[in-house]
Design a protein around this ligand. Structure first.
Ligand code: PGA
Length: 259
C-alpha cells in the first residue's frame, strides 16, 4: 500500500486527477470504477476542471459505479445515479451509455447483479477503482462481516451507515435499508485502486484498515492484500496512523520514475 498524506482534500484530489489523467493518456478507453458520497466530490471537481481547462477527454472511457440504493429511481435526488449525473457525468464529455450504475429498481435483483458482473467482465475489467470508506470500514456498501470474496449482490445497510447517510435525506426513515453493491472480490479484481478518506471522523477506521489485521469486520483492510493500492488521505484522516512519519518520508523521497 502506498499511503499519501496531504494537507487538504483538494491536494489529495489533485493527485488522483493526475493519476487518472495519466491512465487516460496511456489508455484512452480505460475503465474506471467510481464511488459516491462526500469523499469523491473534490476529485470529481478536479476531473471537471481538467476537462474544462486542460482538455482531458473521457469520450472513450467506460465507468462502473460501486453501488446503488434499492428502491430509488435514477431521478431521485438521493440516488447515486442522480449524484453521478450531477457531480461528474454532466460536467465531462463521457457518453451516457458508457456509464454503469446498478439499477436499484430492477424487478429481478439477482439477475441485475449477475448482469453487472458480466458487464464489468465484458468491458475488460476495471483499470482503476476509486473508493471512499465508511466509518464502519465498508468499501462500496460491503458492511462488516461481508465475505472478502463476495461479488455484486444485495446487502442490508448497517444502522451506522443508515445514520451516517441520513444527512443526505430529509430524515433517517427515508434512507433505504437495502442496496446493490459490487462485492469485495469484485473490487479486488480492479488492476489498481485509490482509497480516499478525509477528516477526523475517518481517522479511527483508516488506522484499522491500513495498520490493523485483515478482517471481514473491516472490509477495507482486504486492500492490504492488493498489489496496487494508493491510500490518499488528509492530515486529519491520517492522524491515528502509527507509521505516519515513515509514510511521509516515503512520499517525499519517491524516485521520479516511480510516479
Ligand atoms: P462519505 O461515505 O464519503 O460520505 O463519508 C463514504 C462511504 O460510505 O463509503
Amino acid at each position: 500500500m502506498e499511503i499519501i498524506i496531504r494537507p487538504s482534500p483538494e491536494e489529495c484530489a489533485s493527485i488522483g486527477g493526475r493519476i487518472i489523467a495519466n491512465l487516460i493518456k496511456g489508455k484512452p478507453d480505460a475503465v474506471l470504477g467510481l464511488a459516491t458520497g462526500s469523499t469523491p466530490m473534490p476529485l470529481y471537481c478536479e476531473l471537471a476542471r481538467m476537462h474544462e481547462d486542460e482538455g482531458l477527454s473521457f469520450s472513450e472511457i467506460t465507468t462502473f459505479n460501486l453501488d446503488e440504493y434499492i428502491g430509488l429511481s435514477g431521478d431521485h435526488p438521493c440516488s447515486y445515479q442522480y449524484f453521478m449525473n450531477k457531480e461528474l457525468f454532466s460536467r465531462i464529455d463521457i457518453r451516457a451509455d458508457s456509464t454503469h450504475i446498478p439499477n436499484g429498481e430492477a424487478d429481478d435483483i439477482e439477475s441485475e447483479c449477475l448482469g453487472y458482473e458480466q458487464a464489468i467482465r465484458s468491458s475488460g475489467g476495471i483499470d482503476l477503482q476509486v473508493l471512499g470508506i465508511g466509518s464502519d470500514g465498508h468499501i462500496g456498501f460491503n458492511e462488516p462481516g461481508s465475505s472478502l470474496a463476495s461479488r455484486t449482490r444485495i446487502k442490508t445497510l448497517t444502522g451506522k451507515t443508515i445514520e451516517d447517510n441520513a444527512r443526505f435525506f430529509d430524515n433517517l426513515n427515508q434512507v433505504p435499508r437495502h442496496c446493490i453493491t459490487m462485492g469485495v472480490g469484485t473490487i479486488m479484481d480492479s488492476v489498481s485502486l485509490i482509497l480516499y478518506a478525509f477528516g477526523e471522523r475517518k481517522a479511527d477506521i483508516i488506522s484499522k484498515a491500513v495498520e490493523g489485521p485483515v478482517s471481514a469486520m473491516v472490509p477495507a483492510s482486504i486492500l492490504q492484500l492488493h498489489p496496487r493500492v494508493r491510500v490518499i488521505v488528509d492530515e486529519a484522516a491520517a492522524s491515528k496512523l502509527t507509521n505516519i512519519d515513515y509514510y511521509k518520508e516515503v512520499y517525499v523521497n519517491k524516485p521520479d520514475w516511480q510516479e
